[in-house]
Design a protein around this ligand. Structure first.
Ligand code: SAM
Ligand code: DTB
Ligand code: SF4
Length: 348
């Protein structure tokens, strides 16, 4: 056992893979207890951050991600939709804000955006930001210049997942490399945009792959501010349809390890909630998850309906985290949480 229990709760970027594996090997109760203890040192345990997703350009993506219903290579029957108009996106964001979301995430089925489309998306970011919502986009690979243009438009977060371990990556995606993902993440960081980066569980990966994926995230020079942990949503027509289902306790274990490794990050209980019981979601919150997607749809697949989530929050005594308020001073610069400056503010 290489785990140094005395250091749990510290923000560290020097985790070894053995330490991460040792966390996975802890008895379930010990792991969840440690994760909840770390969580309480940095967050209100009864607050959960609430984001809403909108697919602003749907389907016909040239990439071959084996999990994704939007790949042009899989026959999933999904209707393709061109890039939405700016005013339609802004009115959907207004409705999300009225329903209680504080962050609005715009997703597009691109390998990477064309500059012409990026100009339109910059307008969307400006319009959504003006509503007082935090903005997030997920558009595939970006060049450094594109990342800077999004920053200039006021983008708060960029979601770009590593999805799985470096070693398992080419079993899931062959049209880009793990390094391509890291390059975009570096461009986003360099531009001063907050990073949202996580992965998917239930794709036939081993526990070692899950440990390696979290190790990659937790050894970044600065941890991603948001870490979405998705459970694979199996979609008919995708190569991963019929993959062996994940043991729900293994999913909770992964949330707990993410919480311990990245104490200041928001860990998002992301896709797959529609297939989870309330009890499993409660365990995820206990293990340190403190963010969800809210609203009846993710990008193309279902999410729990709003009423079910309201009841879940009420049953658990959970409050939505207070959002950004345009009348308050601006949020802290995203530079404050580097491992070289571990006393910085907590991630958003
Ligand atoms: N095309 C861009 C990209 O790949 O980064 C942005 C959109 S893509 C749909 C965003 C993320 O959604 C993926 O990285 C993946 O983690 C997640 N995702 C896609 N399909 C999923 C599924 N069936 N189940 C769980 N997560 C999924
Ligand atoms: C993330 O990690 N999960 C979200 C968001 N980032 C963009 C996407 C989940 C997509 C699930 C499949 C779908 O609805 O198409
Ligand atoms: Fe395209 Fe993103 Fe889906 Fe991969 S995950 S096929 S890049 S939309």
């Amino acid at each position: 056992m290489t785990l140094n229990a005395g250091r749990l709760g510290e923000v560290r970027c020097d985790w070894t893979l053995d330490e991460v594996r040792d966390l996975f090997a802890l008895p379930f109760a010990d792991l969840v207890f440690q994760a909840q203890s770390v969580h309480r040192r940095h967050f209100d345990p009864n607050e959960v951050q609430v984001s809403t997703l909108l697919s602003i350009k749907t389907g016909a993506c040239p990439e071959d991600c084996a999990y994704c219903p939007q790949s042009v290579r899989h026959d999933t029957g999904l209707e393709r939709e061109e890039l939405m108009a700016v005013e339609d996106v802004v009115s959907r964001a207004r409705a999300a804000r009225e329903a209680g979301a504080t962050r609005f995430c715009m997703g597009a089925a691109y390998r990477g955006p064309k500059d012409r489309d990026l100009r339109v998306i910059e307008e969307m970011v400006r319009g959504v930001s003006a509503l007082g919502l935090e903005t997030c986009a997920t558009l595939g690979m970006l060049t450094p210049a594109q990342a800077l243009a999004l920053k200039e438009a006021g983008l708060d977060y960029y979601n770009h997942n590593i999805d799985t371990s470096a070693g398992y990556y080419d079993r899931i995606i062959t049209t880009r490399t793990f390094q391509d993902r890291l390059d975009t993440l570096a461009a986003v960081r360099e531009a001063g945009i907050n990073v949202c980066c996580g992965g998917i569980l239930g794709m036939g990966e081993s526990e070692g792959d899950r440990a390696a994926m979290l190790h990659t995230l937790a050894t970044m020079e600065k941890h991603p501010e948001s870490v979405p942990i998705n459970q694979l949503v199996q979609v008919e027509g995708t190569p991963l349809m019929g993959a062996a289902p994940l043991d729900p306790l293994d999913f909770v274990r992964c949330i707990a390890v993410a919480r311990i490794l990245m104490p200041h990050s928001h860990v998002r209980l992301s896709a797959g909630r529609a297939e989870m019981s309330d009890e499993m979601q409660a365990l995820c919150f206990l293990a340190g998850a403190n963010s969800i997607f809210y609203g009846e749809k993710l990008l193309t697949t279902g999410n729990p309906d709003v009423e079910r989530d309201r009841q879940l929050f009420a049953r658990l005594g959970i409050r939505p985290e207070a959002g950004s308020d345009p009348t308050l001073p601006p949020r802290s610069a995203p530079d404050s949480d580097h491992c070289s400056n571990i006393r910085g503010q907590r991630g958003a």
